[in-house]
Design a protein around this ligand. Structure first.
Ligand code: NAD
Length: 338
């Protein structure tokens, strides 16, 4: 089977990024197999004319049946994960089981089936304790929140499988991804999709801290393009790559751009950082509650990724401007919410 035309398998395919990637792979004529347990994703993300865009298996990645689905597969994109930070923090064993154990299950099934390459979706959250910006891929990292700790452990498993078995693995560290199909309706939606949802519904969003916290945002189409490069590029295996725009925007700046795109004049209500995860009271209960300082640091976290390695080795840069990306995000959300 040729490397350029072989079958791809996408885990987490019913989620925001997995479904966008799956659709683009299918559009390009790649035979694809799609896997998701639908714990957080939505089948609607994958439907075209009432049918999934490619064969779909409702399966937990830890299920031994995954190995059978890997037969004849050339490339695996592993995106299945529990990604909401407060969910990981309040259910740490499940987060480790799925994000670490699930990744090892994917790697092992891929190794046994003779898959050529596995591209893993990690996160810029692994840099959460770092203070030198922009963060570079070879900076030492020491995350302390559950989500980032699981992703760091999963990264190590990917790199270990490359070193020990020669399975081609690629680690990609996404910064804040936004765009059409990001889940607006879940309990803890990402910041952009939350603000879009609230403004389109005519409600005032509740935001935290002073709104001056800045983060690096990247549009979904650019993330999909990076994944396609990672599938084939000879410099990718064994590498860790930031998926960043290299621009940090404050909450207030993003808010203005969403206001403009939605035509809303509603102002946000800013609350203390301590209330950020108040929908998860179990985190502040008991003798060892989540440290208020740690939560505040998370709310106020600055993020900015170095773009040089991904640009110089893979030839990728984020191309979509924030206003353009946000206009497309809002146009799509209007269709979903009407
Ligand atoms: N969206 C971002 O800004 C961002 C940033 C950094 C990293 N990431 C990573 O990218 C990946 C995709 O993110 P997303 O925003 O599309 O998240 P998402 O929650 O929309 O998609 C994840 C999908 O994985 C599925 N899933 C969860 N556990 C599973 C299991 N055990 N077996 C099979 N499927 C399972 C869910 O049902 C969901 O459809 C995740 O690994 C996430 O950690 C995302």
């Amino acid at each position: 089977m040729s490397a350029s035309g072989g079958t791809v398998l996408v885990t987490g395919a019913a989620g925001f990024i997995g479904s966008s990637l799956a659709r683009e792979l299918v559009r390009r004529g790649r035979p694809a197999r799609l896997v998701d347990d639908l714990s957080h994703g939505h089948m609607e993300n994958l439907l075209e004319g009432g049918k999934p865009v490619a064969p779909f298996s409702r399966l937990d990645v830890r299920d031994p049946a995954l190995e059978g689905l890997m037969e004849g597969v050339d490339t695996v994109f592993h995106l299945a994960a529990v990604s909401a930070l407060p969910v990981c923090q309040s259910r740490p064993r499940e987060a480790y089981d799925i994000n670490v154990g699930g990744t090892v299950a994917v790697l092992e099934a891929a190794r046994r089936a003779g898959v050529r390459r596995v591209v893993f979706a990690s996160t810029s959250a692994v840099y959460e304790s770092n203070h030198d910006f922009p963060c570079r891929e070879d900076d030492p990292v020491r995350p302390t929140l559950v989500y980032a700790m699981t992703k760091k452990a999963a990264e190590e498993a990917c790199l270990g499988y490359h070193a020990a078995y020669g399975l081609e693995t690629v680690v990609t560290r996404y910064y804040n991804v936004y765009g059409p199909n990001q889940d607006m309706l879940r309990k803890s939606p990402a910041f952009v999709s939350y603000v879009v949802r609230e403004l389109l519904a005519g409600r005032r969003p509740a935001l935290h801290s002073d709104g001056e916290q800045r983060r690096d945002y990247v549009f979904i189409d650019d993330v999909v393009a990076l994944n396609l490069l990672c599938m084939e590029h000879p410099a990718a295996p064994g590498g860790v790559f930031n998926v960043a725009s290299g621009d940090a925007w404050s909450v207030r700046e993003i808010y203005r751009v969403v206001q403009e795109a939605t035509g809303s004049s509603l102002e946000a209500e800013y609350r203390p950082a301590a209330r950020f995860w108040e929908a998860y009271p179990e985190l502040s209960a008991g003798k060892h509650p989540l440290s208020a300082g740690r939560l505040e640091a998370e709310v106020n976290k600055f993020t900015l990724g170095s773009v040089f390695k991904t640009r110089d080795l893979l030839g990728w840069t984020a191309r979509t401007g924030l206003k353009d990306g946000m206009a497309r995000t809002v146009a799509h959300a209007r269709g979903v919410l009407k």
